[in-house]
Design a protein around this ligand. Structure first.
Ligand SMILES: [Zn+2]
Length: 370
């Protein structure tokens, strides 16, 4: 008798408490997310962030401002170590695929990205990168090809992607193609202003633009790239904000610190530092934007870790003061380490714990109502 009463009580409690909990969570209010700025540091592991912090002698960096953090699993559908195509596809579409595949499964099913879904909903979208716009990570947000090296096919698919603002490199794949086609008139027919430098669009404050600022990659941060990434990000945000005000909508924007990956493949500490500093400056632009524009969520993440980077002490005698830190690389390729994700602004606190790269996509989609 006693046991059955207890059972009934537990059952009632379970029935009453479960929905109450859901209601309470809803009432407390998931903050309304109108805009999402997703910054992807290609190849940026936790050690790369740590390297920037220690090179800056632990003076606060922009990433220190993050309000929440998570760890992200990055494996692909056919390899425990992912490439940028599969990882970009997982982040963009919420579905894992095989290495080298962009925006489609190994079986050939088309996967729909956050950018495409945002476009279908009438939102504004943008991509800003320091590689070419047809490279794996940006391509994963609009293209569908079985091999990431199909750059000319990816460029053709870009023309009708609907992306409103795109800034990066890749003139070669649009205007100087091996197949002899010139896609610039096609871009113009879609209403794009086509520019070839940031300078050319400095007075532009609204509308649609494709800025092809290099033949392929922009220069490295250690060369003469200057503040291209933070400046292009600020310009894209300015244009998106004006377009959104006009159309009474929000935006989804993907920014890539593309060359952190190249620096780590090259096992070059100086380049890693320069690329990370540049990326962090761009994170600062995004965080500042979120401070001034209610309803903006900023997600800072990576697609995978490159270099198997570790930062051991130069001397192992810890009774002495520091004698320096080394950069050691486990590989000239990618590793299977989890990557860190940081969150700032509206909805940031909805993210924490360990999650899959596909789950990160799903949570962003949910907050944006996509
Ligand atoms: Zn790589």
């Amino acid at each position: 008798m006693k046991r059955s009463i207890l059972f009934v009580l537990v059952l009632i409690a379970a029935i009453v408490v479960a929905p109450l909990d859901a209601v309470a969570r809803k009432r407390k209010g998931t903050p309304k997310v109108k805009n999402v700025i997703m910054l992807i540091g290609d190849g940026m592991g936790v050690a790369h962030i740590s390297a920037l912090m220690l090179e800056e002698k632990y003076q606060p960096i922009n990433m220190d401002r993050a309000e929440a953090a998570a760890l992200i699993k990055t494996y692909s559908a056919n390899n425990r170590v992912t490439d940028s195509a599969a990882a970009g596809t997982a982040l963009a579409t919420g579905t894992k695929t095989g290495n080298h595949y962009i925006g489609m499964t190994i079986e050939g099913d088309t996967l729909i990205s956050l950018i495409t879904r945002a476009e279908q909903k009438g939102m504004q979208t943008a991509e800003v990168v320091t590689c070419y716009l047809t490279h794996a990570t940006p391509a994963a947000f609009f293209a569908h090809v079985p091999n990431r090296n199909q750059y000319e096919d990816i460029a053709v698919q870009f023309v009708t992607s609907g992306i409103d603002v795109a800034i990066g490199g890749g003139t070669r794949y649009f205007a100087k193609r091996k197949d002899g086609r010139n896609l610039i008139p096609d871009l113009e027919a879609q209403g794009y202003k086509v520019a070839y430098s940031l300078d050319e669009i400095k007075d532009m404050s609204e509308g649609r633009v494709v800025a092809l600022c290099a033949d392929q990659n922009l220069p490295m941060a250690t060369q003469d790239r200057g503040d291209f990434l933070p400046d292009a990000t600020a310009k894209a945000l300015e244009i998106l904000t004006a377009n959104c005000a006009k159309e009474k909508t929000g935006f989804f924007m993907m920014i890539e610190g593309s060359q952190i990956d190249y620096a780590a493949h090259a096992c070059d500490a100086e380049q890693i530092y320069a690329e990370m500093k540049d990326f962090d400056k761009t994170v600062g632009v995004a965080f500042d934007y979120a401070d001034k524009h209610e309803g903006t969520l900023v997600v800072v993440c990576a697609d995978h870790e490159t270099g198997g980077l570790s930062l051991p002490s130069k001397k192992t005698d810890f009774t002495l003061s520091e004698s320096g830190v080394e950069y050691r690389y486990g590989t000239t390729s990618h590793s299977g380490s989890m990557i860190g994700a940081l969150f700032y602004g509206a909805g940031a606190k909805e993210f924490s714990g360990i999650m899959d790269n596909t789950e990160l996509n799903r949570r962003i989609a949910e907050l944006l109502g996509l």
